[in-house]
Design a binder for this molecule. Structure first.
Ligand code: NAD
Length: 448
């Protein structure tokens, strides 16, 4: 098929780039900084234990940011190369869906033109939610993109929202020496995560010195020449906090502003999400919508699988996305990763279940790595032993979860993992042991 891809992303240097939020301002730059800050933290706190003597390390923020920018540049340039290699026309500018599958394209510099398509895929993504009482000013009160671009380590940082972004970016700057306070409106910490895992992760963040205030409702955020004065309410009354920078990370909203004309006939709900069915079809034949601008978790891998599904369906192939088996990862230390249902969700479903867990403290590989915080927890059905959920907090959790995802994609039972040989010594043995523990057959940890 003849394909054109319209994208209007502009970086802060004024240059257009493909790759959207993930490559330019999200997943990739944040992982680059998480890696740099983790190495700095380990050099400061762990090298001594390994017998490595160094004088106190210093962080060169400019060099760290340069490395990050280089990675982003390589990957976004890679997309431009892939578009070319696949003979896809990359059009930089704004796209807007008109009636009759026509797309209005306004280039960065040039005349607006109208393209006629047989099929259209809307993949406009999401943008940070802004709070009226703390509008972004690009300097002191910033969104996640701003918090990835600090040019020096702030002494103090306030974060609104202890979700994925708040915890990841809070971790980056905390590891580099910033005093981080996170205000979370909910009383539960990481409500979407299995309780045992959230509890363990919360304990580790506290040990790292990250202060997480639950049930905290911000009532004031005022930028001053020195920083930001914040006031918030908790059960104990009004609290005050003064910080150098404030990051607002209270969620993202679909970026569907000025993308659809009314006549295009696409339904959008009151939160801005484009309405689609399980196959990402909008109400209009031949028009699909995928990724953050439609229902489901705002995750790059979910969006890209939906894109593959839409393309396959357009090509007349059979395709589907298994929404029950989408992994989630929070790249903190310990990393948090999960797939399937939490114990609370299984309990609420009424299905009889069994659980098993294994702590990394009992893993030889984790000990050798000096990374013993966390655990693996597996939940399976009592009747047919089907794996219902796997939850990990610990080293490389984001990699380890793939085994669970594959197992669940194949509708594996816990016994299937129990009978699978895992290399020794490896972190993956913790997954094996947790599976064994489900049936009280753990070998390297006392059973229940
Ligand atoms: P989130 O939904 O993960 O967390 C937002 C948090 O802010 C919630 O805990 C919420 O209770 C809290 N909150 C909301 N309003 C508040 C208020 N007024 N005061 C205090 N707390 C408030 O959202 P996010 O962290 O902004 O991330 C946005 C999206 O991006 C998410 O869907 C996330 O999955 C995705 N993302 C994913 C990754 C990853 O996969 N590793 C990384 C970054 C972002």
């Amino acid at each position: 098929m003849k394909v054109a891809c319209i994208d209007e992303w502009k970086n802060k240097d004024g240059k257009n780039a493909f790759g959207g939020t993930c490559l330019n301002a999200g997943c990739i730059p944040s992982k680059a900084l998480l890696e740099s800050s983790e190495l700095f933290y380990r050099a400061t706190h762990e090298f001594k234990k390994h017998g490595i003597k160094i004088s106190a390390p210093e962080i060169d923020v400019a060099a760290m940011q340069k490395r990050k920018a280089g990675i982003v540049r390589q990957l976004t340039g890679g997309i431009a190369g892939l578009l070319k290699a696949n003979k896809i026309e990359g059009l930089q500018g704004h796209g807007r869906l008109l009636a009759g599958k026509q797309v209005e394209f306004t280039p960065i510099d040039g005349e607006t033109e109208v393209l006629q398509a047989r099929y259209v895929i809307l993949a406009v993504g999401s943008t940070p939610v802004e709070l009226k009482i703390a509008p972004f000013d690009g300097d002191k009160i910033v969104d996640s993109w701003g918090a990835l671009d600090f040019t020096e380590v702030p002494e103090t940082l306030g974060v609104i929202g202890a979700g994925v972004i708040g915890l990841e970016l809070g971790s980056v700057w905390s590891r580099l020496g910033t005093k981080v306070d996170i205000l979370e409106a909910m009383d539960d910490f990481l409500f979407m995560v299995d309780r045992d895992i959230a509890k363990e992760a919360g304990r580790q963040f506290k040990r790292q010195g990250i202060a997480i205030h639950l049930g905290a409702k911000m009532t004031l955020a005022k930028a001053t020449p020195k920083g930001v004065n914040v006031e918030y309410e908790t059960a104990d009354g009004t609290q005050k906090l003064s910080v150098d920078k404030l990051v607002v990370a209270v969620g993202r909203r679909p970026f569907t502003d000025n993308v659809l004309v009314k006549d295009a006939g696409i339904s959008v709900d009151d939160r801005g999400f484009i309405q689609v069915d399980d196959e990402c079809r909008t109400g209009q034949s031949g028009i699909f919508a995928i990724g953050d601008c439609v229902r489901g978790p705002m995750l790059a891998h979910k969006g890209s699988e939906e894109g593959v599904m839409a393309a396959d369906l357009i090509a007349g192939e059979i395709a589907e996305v298994n929404y029950k088996v989408i992994p989630s990862v929070i790249y903190t230390s310990p990393e948090i990763a999960w797939v399937g249902q939490t114990e609370a969700e299984v309990k609420a479903s009424g299905r009889a279940y069994k659980t098993g867990s294994f702590p990394f403290a009992a893993s030889g590989r984790a000990k050798a790595m000096e990374q013993t915080a966390g655990m693996v927890k597996i939940i399976s059905a009592q009747d047919d032993d089907e794996i219902l959920g796997v939850h990990i907090a610990g080293p490389m959790a984001g990699e380890l979860i793939s085994e669970a995802v594959l197992a669940m994609e194949f509708s594996a039972s816990t016994e299937d993992i129990q009978r699978t040989i895992h290399a020794h010594p490896s972190l993956a043995e913790a997954v094996h042991e947790a599976a064994l523990a489900v049936d009280n057959r753990a070998l390297n940890f006392p059973n229940k």
